[in-house]
Design a protein around this ligand. Structure first.
Ligand code: G
Ligand code: G
Ligand code: MN
Length: 568
């Protein structure tokens, strides 16, 4: 008789069934192991290979005999073609004997990056998952490249420049000096506007290429945005090295460019700041570089300027005036003076010119020459100009209907194109007829952006507003302006009038101008008439009107009203 199995021991059949289930499970695990995208291997507590899938061998490019069970970890490492990356080596390992997962990363000799997650168990054995992370890395690198570079030119961006400045400043603490050169292209905007943005982009790429050519290996160049670039120059004797580099840059960028078949001429201005003497942090250096650049641009283009501590003081002073001006504008502290203009035939007042006045509580009366340029740079001229138009139109209603009121407008008001709506609004709000408002523009503002200015002028003139060409004879003094726009009125600059009647050449010029202007139906006003002799001369030379201290200084609106009444 066969022995009966005891009740609590599994039957033979049950064992066989369990075995089959285990085998199936093993089979499934093996399939999973072979099909999973990662490589996998397991080592025993004494570091001998227990298990590995084919993917593991493939990822590491290992020979078949290297992955036989029983091979030691060290033996496998010996045939592994690559090394651990610094990022991986710098990670602190988990405490010895502790369980946990550790991330490691290897770069193989063929360039691929392998990431490994090693899980160590309590008994010392471990399981590792391996993944080819090359592509993931490339994407990451691309993303971090994009975050640190300018897309168009491929140059480092401002963030990278800051880091470079930090590095250079660290070096300067060991006694090295270096220079930061800030560049801003001259005449880039017209190219962009004339030939379109694609051409502008192309030009910027060519600029970057030429700049690269000027630099040495150790110099770092960045595009800060738009047409602004910067270079950190290390390892030369300063300031001589930055002067040489600056000159080379100015020279190479002043050579003509070929952009889509167009020959274009630009140029650059360069502001230089030296470290460590001009600044001990990137922000300060960049600010000082900008100040120097600002100076270079204002001294005429194609210049190099070095930062000087006095620039900071000037900027502070300017900022003080700017703040005050903003406040004065808000508090209604600005006022207008009016200077009468007289017809030469019958001596009547035919117009007045509104002149801005700023009585400053501490500085006294600030002259427009001092604050208008500032207001133009800061854009404050737009609200100020709007106020002048409003006030002048309102005041003009006090005077007889044949008297016009002239308002000076600056180029900025044209470019920002607020002058049309502001003038029409002032007329509508006051009820002053358009023909009584005259706008005085200078030749300089005609030059800047002639197409914009001319179309604005035409628009205003269609509404009946008169247009005068102011300061004629200064600056660009070209009679061609008279043909480009049908001015109503020409104001001959006082620099011509001052030396009359003695100078024959001036007499000839004024005579010529009045002849042409009168022939074209324009009034001509001689400005700055201070003496009886000048008055007689401009009358004899054919001017139709005069303005100047001799017959009337700029005065408050009330005083002008009194003058008008007394002469009536
Ligand atoms: O008087 P006088 O110092 O005011 O003027 C100095 C200069 O300031 C002149 O060239 C004159 O044209 C300019 N100016 C005076 N008032 C204004 C104004 O309201 N707007 C602009 N843009 N310029 C003005
Ligand atoms: O640039 P515009 O023409 O707008 O300048 C007008 C300026 O000319 C004002 O500053 C005004 O005070 C000044 N002005 C007006 N008449 C005379 C004058 O007879 N002599 C001098 N020197 N300046 C004058
Ligand atoms: Mn004027």
């Amino acid at each position: 008789m066969e022995p009966r199995p005891s009740d609590d021991a599994p039957s033979h059949d049950a064992l066989r069934a369990d075995n089959a289930a285990l085998r199936r499970e093993l089979e499934l695990l093996r399939t999973a192991l072979e099909r999973m995208p990662q490589g996998m291997c397991a080592f025993s507590g004494d570091d001998k290979l227990v298990l590995a899938n084919a993917q593991y061998r493939k990822i590491w490019n290992l020979p078949a005999e290297a992955v036989r069970p029983g091979t030691t970890f060290r033996q496998i490492m010996n045939v592994t073609p690559g090394r651990e990356t610094p990022a991986s080596r710098d990670r602190p390992p988990p405490a010895p004997g502790s369980e946990g997962t550790r991330w490691r990363e290897w770069q193989l000799d063929d360039g691929r990056i392998i990431e490994v997650l090693v899980s160590r168990l309590a008994d010392g054995s471990c399981v590792a998952l391996h993944e080819d992370a090359t592509e993931k890395h490339q994407v990451q690198e691309r993303v971090s490249f994009l975050a640190r570079h300018d897309l168009l030119t491929g140059l480092p961006n401002r963030a990278v420049l800051r880091e470079e400045l930090d590095r250079a400043l660290a070096g300067s603490r060991r006694g090295e000096t270096f220079a930061l050169l800030c560049l801003d292209l001259d005449r880039f905007k017209p190219v962009n506007d004339t030939y379109g943005h694609a051409a502008g982009d192309e030009l910027l790429k060519q600029v970057a290429a030429r700049l690269r050519h000027c630099l040495r290996e150790v110099d770092v160049m960045a595009r800060l945005g738009g047409d602004e670039f910067a270079v950190v120059q290390r390892g030369g004797v300063q300031p001589e090295a930055s002067t040489r580099l600056g000159l080379r840059i100015v020279d190479t960028l002043s050579q003509p460019f070929d952009v889509d078949g167009h020959v274009v001429h630009i140029g650059t201005s360069v502001g230089v700041t030296l470290a460590p003497q001009d600044g001990a942090d990137p922000e300060t250096l960049l600010r000082h570089g900008d100040l120097a650049l600002y100076r270079a641009k204002s001294e005429g283009r194609g210049q190099i300027s070095y930062f000087e501590p006095a620039m900071n003081k000037r900027i502070e002073a300017r900022r003080g005036i700017e703040n005050d001006l903003r406040e004065a504008m808000g508090n209604g502290q600005l006022s207008l003076a009016y200077q009468p203009r007289f017809a030469l035939d019958d001596g009547r007042i035919i117009g007045v010119e509104a002149l801005l006045r700023w009585p400053h509580p501490q500085r006294g009366m600030v002259r427009p020459d001092e604050f208008i340029p500032l207001a133009e740079e800061t854009g404050l001229i737009v609200p100020i100009g709007r106020w002048v138009l409003q006030q002048a139109c309102r005041d003009a209603l006090r005077w007889p209907p044949h008297i016009t009121v002239a308002v000076n407008v600056s180029a900025v008001q044209f470019v920002r194109s607020s002058v049309t709506s502001d003038a029409l609004q002032a007329l509508a709000d006051s009820g002053l007829p358009a023909r009584r408002l005259e706008l005085e523009i200078t030749e300089t503002s005609m030059i800047k952006d002639p197409t914009v200015v001319l179309s604005v002028l035409h628009g205003l003139r269609e509404k009946g507003v008169h247009i005068a060409l102011d300061d004629f004879g200064t600056g660009y003094s070209s009679l061609s302006h008279l043909h480009r726009f049908p001015f109503d009125h020409l104001k001959i600059d006082r620099s011509f009038v001052r030396d009359l009647p003695d100078r024959a050449d001036l007499r000839a010029i004024v005579r010529g101008v009045t002849t042409i202007a009168t022939g074209m139906g324009m009034q001509t006003t001689a400005e700055g008439v201070e003496t009886q002799e000048q008055l007689a001369a401009v009358r004899a030379l054919g001017c139709t009107a005069v303005q100047g201290f001799l017959l009337g200084r700029p005065m408050p609106a009330e005083a002008l009203t009194a003058l008008v009444v007394s002469r009536a």
